[in-house]
Write a protein that binds this ligand. Sequence first.
Ligand SMILES: *Cc1c(COP(=O)(O)O)cnc(C)c1O
Length: 500
Amino acid sequence: MDYKSTRDINVKVTAAGAISKGLSADGGLFVPESIPQLSKEALLSMCDMTYAQRAFEVFRLFLTDFTDDEIKNCVNSAYSDKNFATENIAELAHLMSGTYMLELWHGPTCAFKDMALQILPFLLTYSAKKTVDGKKIMILVATSGDTGKAALEGFKDVDGTSIMVFYPEDGVSNMQKRQMTTQEGKNVNVCAVVGNFDDCQNGVKAIFTDDEILKKLEKENTVFSSANSINWGRLAPQIVYYVSSYVQLLKDKEIEYGEKVNVCVPTGNFGNILAAYYAKRMGVPIGKLICASNANNILTDFINTGVYDRNRPFYTTVSPSMDILISSNLERLLYHLTDEDDKLIKEWFDSLKATGRYEVNDTVKSRISELFYAGYCNDDETKAAIKKVFEEYGYLCDTHTAVAYKVYDDYKKATGDNTKTIVVSTANPYKFGYAVYDALGGKKSCGDEFELISELERLTGTTCPKALADTKNKSIRFTGSVKAEDMSGAVLDFLKNQEE
Ligand SMILES: *Cc1c(COP(=O)(O)O)cnc(C)c1O
């Protein structure tokens, strides 16, 4: 199976090529040239498999240039109870009859990014061996919080790789900052940037194409790579948990084969919900794809009108991982919904770059409204949802999951559709403890995040995951902070240190 660029279908690469390149040189994203199918027999046969075995069944359809042993090594290294707090890797909690919370946060950093970033380092090192043999890989990441820590945990002490993460000095939560600055491992580096997330992102993009740095890198026999969410190596692992949770519902006799299940996803960059679309296209009986946004509701507007317009205010919300105005992975969906019209995709995304806006045609509009429902909620509604879910069902959810729950509730009221539904839960509540505590009416003003953890535990009778609580006793290793224009210097220093 080869992969094509969304902006030029004449560009063709293998899976290893797509994963090691990340992005096509024409600015397009890599997409599989066909969508493999999972038959009834294939799905039923997965019932008695572990998560890693189910992952193997999905990956072998997409990574046809990998050997079975290579894929087995990847899935077994990533999806074991060494890295995840539960043997099932992803848990399906019952909220009420017919509503399930798909908990994707039992990995080492307590957010769903672990589902892909635990396996990406293995996929990437095999891909590099196949495409740029013998070279070392340096991963550069700009993060607004969750991706940075998940990438650090994934790549720490992985042979042949090193990783450097830049985060906005005042743009991440206390817990997120502590998680990153206490990171262990020989091949890791973390640096604050005086500026916002865009400054970090632009700085990293500039370094990727800086001739002087690239020359030095070449001398050290090293290549840059990216772990961000447009890499096919991050999307493929996300398809697995939609396949696996449908299979799990079959196994648990909650549904019969063929019965449709809706999926509701709290969405930012459109990666997670796009993976659900791929699972549906592969033959998993998924009904509506419900797209939930916060006050940055550009996707809600797009799905409802066909107009994508980023000329609007940007809001900082209590669900920061969804504070995004450019949802990069949407490009892949539009490529498929235009029947792979690369010219049209290029036209729309050139227009987005030039004017901040594009409008899709009527065919695509009607295909979108068949597949998707979209809604959003503000911070007050998010907090009210946390309180309601806790009081009615005894289930404590984080801010992002609460957005999904609220939009799902609205969907049911608006449509009367009572199809069984998987609500995707993307982070552990203790990761966004302040907002969760506040939502529950917590009154005490907590001095630091550890006092807050104790208060939240007392108030709810839940327990903070060990991975977060343990950061209290870890020493801070990274205190560096640079101006945006000095990021390249920090990368060169790191490169030098890695050689010593
Ligand atoms: C990244 C993230 C999201 C958004 O996921 P996308 O794939 O970008 O749509 C939602 N919730 C949490 C907790 C996240 O970290």
